[in-house]
Design a binder for this molecule. Structure first.
Ligand SMILES: [Zn+2]
Length: 295
């Protein structure tokens, strides 16, 4: 199994530059996507995205679509057998229309919200255009298993060796993370929009990211104030977009606990431009899932 990390949609909301992180897995002759970013039709006809496009500041570059990046790597888009969605938001599901042959996996609760949106927020975030091609849906209910201390894990080993869908609700009704063996060792957990910044889950970590923002220990009192303001902005954005804020906070506390309990787990999110320990594709071969962390 070989792992590529893609940005399938640059976003420029007020105060920041975000990415739409998509995982591309080579599983034998098949390809598997975790999330799909914006699709080709979204780029050519942005009206498909509705008014949320403006709130997100979607840049919509055709070269950033998953379809284009798969082709650019010399791979065949028709080999995409499965797309596993963290949730159905427009910036995550737009690309599924570019892979009509693929099975599309998501939690049943998320699909229920997509097909029966309640309230203004759900009507804005989900776009019926993205589902109009009648995708081959595979709806999952939370399982009985626990993975990495997170309950409700669904085994998707038939999609990719060791892959699990893990409910992480709050951002949307049926939001989930996707865990898989990390080519660099341990586990990789793509936590989707459970946190809009790794900083949310690691307030004391020192790092800098590709946006040029300096994360972590302040260089002085003014830098400290700037950091607090940035954190407040991230928290506000998370709250505005969350379907259930207390549930999101509960999910984030679980992820914080996981991070301190299992530092070998690489936790990544959809929109943080700072990729922790980014994977070199040349390293991306996994022979067996790391069972050590199966709890
Ligand atoms: Zn998102």
């Amino acid at each position: 199994m070989r792992l590529h990390e893609l940005n399938c949609g640059t976003l420029r909301p007020p105060g920041g530059r975000l990415v739409c992180r998509v995982l591309l897995l080579e599983v034998g002759a098949r390809l598997v996507l975790v999330d799909a970013g914006f699709g080709r039709a979204d780029v050519t006809d942005p009206r498909r995205l509705g008014p949320m496009r403006w709130l997100l500041g979607a840049a919509l570059d055709p070269a950033e679509t998953a379809h284009a990046q798969i082709t650019e790597r010399g791979l065949d888009p028709s080999a995409v057998s499965d797309v596993v969605l963290t949730h159905g938001d427009l910036d995550h599901a737009g690309g599924i229309a570019d892979f009509p042959q693929a099975r599309v996996h998501l939690l049943a609760a998320e699909h229920a919200a997509i097909t029966g949106p309640r309230g203004h927020r759900e009507r804005l975030r989900y776009r019926s255009e993205h589902w109009a091609h009648d995708p081959r849906l595979v709806l999952h209910r939370p399982g009985r298993g626990t993975l990495l201390g997170l309950p409700g894990a669904v085994d998707l080993s038939d999609v990719a060796p060791g892959m699990h869908l893990v409910p992480l609700p709050g951002h949307t009704a049926g939001h989930a993370g996707v865990a898989l063996p990390d080519p660099t060792g341990g586990w990789l957990l793509h936590a989707g929009d459970a946190a809009h910044s790794a900083r949310t889950l690691s307030p004391t970590t020192v790092r800098s990211d590709s946006t040029g923002e300096s994360h972590g220990r302040a260089a002085g009192p003014f830098a400290s104030v700037a950091g607090l303001l940035r954190d407040a902005g991230i928290a506000a954005r998370q709250a505005v977009l969350a379907q259930d804020v207390p549930l999101l906070r509960s999910t984030q506390r679980r992820l914080l606990a996981l991070r301190s309990r299992e530092p070998s787990v690489r936790l990544t999110t959809s929109h943080d431009a700072a990729a922790e320990r980014p994977v070199d594709p040349a390293l991306g071969t996994v022979h067996a899932p790391p069972r050590r962390l199966m709890l």
